[in-house]
Write a protein that binds this ligand. Structure first.
Ligand code: ZN
Length: 115
C-alpha cells in the first residue's frame, strides 16, 4: 500500500511497477503518478473517447504524467511527511521515465528547498 500526499487516500501497489523499480521510493513515485492520473485528472474519460493512433495516446499519457508529477511534487512539499522522507520521495521521481525538462527542473528545485 502507498499513500497519496495530495488526497490522503491509500492504494494497492502495482505488481508490475514492483518488478520495474528496486528502490521503494521510486516505486512509490511511479505508483503515485498512476494514482494521480486516474484519481485526479480526466485521463480515463479522455481515453474513452479514443485516439487517432497509439503514438497520439502515448504522447497524451506522457503529457498528463508530467503534469501529474509536478502536482505531486508540490503536494509532497506541503505534506506532513518529514523533510528526509520528502527528499527521498522527490528523489524517487528522478528514476521515472519520460520526465520532461520542466519536471526535471521541479525535481531539482524540490530537492533544494530549505525549511
Ligand atoms: Zn490522491
Amino acid at each position: 500500500m502507498f499513500a497519496c500526499p495530495l488526497c490522503g487516500s491509500t492504494f494497492v501497489a502495482s505488481d508490475y511497477l514492483r518488478t520495474v523499480f528496486v528502490d521503494t521510493w521510486s516505486e512509490w513515485a511511479a505508483n503515485l503518478v498512476t494514482h494521480y492520473r486516474h484519481a485526479h485528472t480526466d485521463y480515463d474519460a479522455v481515453c474513452q473517447s479514443g485516439f487517432e493512433s497509439d503514438a497520439e495516446h502515448a504522447a497524451f499519457k506522457r503529457r498528463v504524467n508530467n503534469g501529474a508529477k509536478r502536482e505531486i511534487l508540490r503536494g509532497i512539499l506541503s505534506s506532513k511527511l518529514d523533510q528526509a522522507e520528502q527528499r527521498r520521495l522527490i528523489a524517487g521521481f528522478a528514476a521515472l521515465e519520460h520526465n520532461d525538462e520542466v519536471t526535471v527542473h521541479a525535481i531539482t528545485r524540490g530537492l533544494q528547498v530549505q525549511r
